[in-house]
Design a protein around this ligand. Structure first.
Ligand code: SUG
Length: 460
């Protein structure tokens, strides 16, 4: 591959917006089909370590010359939904009622799941949208009840971060209807020759929506084809540049509840497990991609890395990065530490970097264990947004990171977060106060006025 052909002609870059992990991070076993979430249910979490691990990952990218942003945690507990369900009284009274009668609902309203920013939205860069705008559709996440509570606040966050109608369009989430179940960028990959060139949007779905088709039998298929088609349509993606590929039902049944657990793409590279996609669909798609540019499929065989090991180690939930200047011939892989500890995966990675026919030249391991224990690896924690220079300048600067801001956020975490949290602690009245005080201190730090709903109504 010629380096010049694969460089940006304009200064277009991928910016990662990581979810800043909130103070209520806990293990409640809320995600059926997500093996880590089930395995660690009811264990003690460490919200402070979780947030510091996330910030350390952001700092690593920033230090290496990448542009890094973040998405703020959402207000938790989220009691608005409970009030809609007929619970009344003060916040603390509702918490007490939930704790006594519906503890599972209590863990849902306290979930810090918005940390997994890959599920915040699907994003289409302006090179692909046809109207020159960067488009976002917040995911409705309606397969899991705790995550369905995110969509409204995610829309608010995105509209605050990308608050410039000349450059950005933040749509409403798709209708909350099982036919249109949408999990955002975790089921979407953009392939391109380089960032400044029109790319191909590849959507992976687990079920059609209307036709039952060949569905997983054990675990739910969270993304429908109808949802992906709706997102592509409203983002103005030309039909010739949108591909729809069924996830392999075996992958979902083995624990790949999102496609980004078994595949990751960047530029011309698609790095994936042999069992990630349904075979017939994928054969056609490979051909279509090869017709558009020098597509580089990097398939990992089941015999080299069994699917179970791929899912346990989260190999494919690594961040696959072009060089900071956008050069697609020198890629960097940020993998979870669990990959270095898995014999088959670490053996595979050693041979991968030695293979000069593919562009992944360096691998780095990061510790995001607190998030991993709930089924979220390095790639789950970030939303990728491809932006040109003017678009980057139009992003709300409060959400862009510098070294000093990361340090300030670390201090904020150390001051406001607990280092131990058990499910019973969610009923503790002081935990409620601490959680909201932490968010108050965050908006002070970022100089944001009345960002959270409670700031519009209370004097806390
Ligand atoms: O949706 N876990 C999340 C993990 C999301 C990972 N994201 C991507 N693959 N992009 C989920 O299943 C667990 C919460 C709990 O059990 O407490 C949870 O929501």
């Amino acid at each position: 591959m010629n380096t010049v052909d694969n460089m940006n002609t304009q200064d277009v870059r991928e910016v990662n917006f990581d979810g800043l992990i909130g103070p209520t991070h806990n293990y409640s076993g809320l995600s059926f089909g997500n093996l880590a979430s089930a395995r660690n249910a009811q264990l003690c979490s460490n919200p402070q370590a979780a947030a510091l691990q996330g910030l350390a990952k952001m700092r690593r990218l920033l230090t290496q010359g990448y542009t890094q942003g973040f998405m703020p945690p959402q207000q938790r507990p989220q009691l608005e939904t409970m009030r809609q369900l007929g619970f009344t009284g003060s916040d603390q009274q509702i918490i007490n009622q939930l704790y006594k009668r519906n503890p599972r609902l209590l863990s849902m309203v306290y979930s810090a799941s918005p940390m997994w920013a890959a599920n915040a939205a699907t994003v289409t860069p302006s090179t692909d949208s046809g109207d020159g705008l960067v488009h976002f559709t917040p995911a409705n996440l309606l397969t899991t009840p705790h995550r369905a509570m995110e969509a409204q606040a995610t829309t608010h966050s995105l509209r605050t971060i990308f608050n410039n109608a000349k450059h950005f369009k933040v749509h409403a989430p798709l209708p909350s209807n099982n036919l249109f179940a949408d999990e955002g960028a975790a089921n979407h990959s953009r392939l391109c020759q380089h960032y400044g060139k029109r790319g191909i949007a590849m959507f992976a779905y687990g079920r059609d929506g209307i036709d039952s088709g060949d569905q997983p039998s054990r675990f739910p298929a969270r993304q429908t084809r109808l949802a992906s088609e709706a997102v592509a349509r409203s983002h103005g993606v030309n039909d010739d540049y949108a591909l729809f590929c069924r996830q392999h039902p075996v992958a979902i049944d083995t624990g790949a509840f999102h496609n980004d657990v078994v595949a990751v793409a960047n530029g011309p590279v698609l790095f994936f497990h042999q069992l990630a996609f349904a075979t017939d669909d994928f054969a056609t798609i490979k051909q279509q991609l090869a017709e558009q540019f020098a597509f580089m499929p990097l398939s990992v065989n089941h015999k080299d890395v069994p699917l179970e090991d791929a899912i346990k180690s989260y190999l494919f939930n690594s961040q696959l990065l072009a060089a900071p200047n956008g050069d697609m011939t020198k890629m960097h892989l940020i993998a979870p530490s669990e990959c270095a500890e898995n014999t088959a995966v670490s053996r595979y990675l050693n041979t991968l970097v030695q293979d000069e026919k593919q562009p992944i030249r360096t691998i780095e391991f990061v510790d995001v264990r607190e998030s991993m224990s709930n089924g979220g690896g390095p790639a789950c924690l970030r939303l990728r947004v491809v932006l040109n220079e003017q678009q980057r300048a139009a992003v709300n600067p409060a959400f862009m990171l510098t070294d000093a801001k990361i340090t300030a956020l670390e201090q904020w975490v150390k001051k406001h977060y607990r280092d131990k949290l058990l499910p019973d602690d969610l009923a503790d009245p002081s935990f409620y106060t601490e959680s909201l005080e932490a968010l108050n201190a965050l908006t002070d730090l970022l100089q944001l006025e009345s960002f959270y709903p409670f700031q519009q109504t209370s004097t806390l």
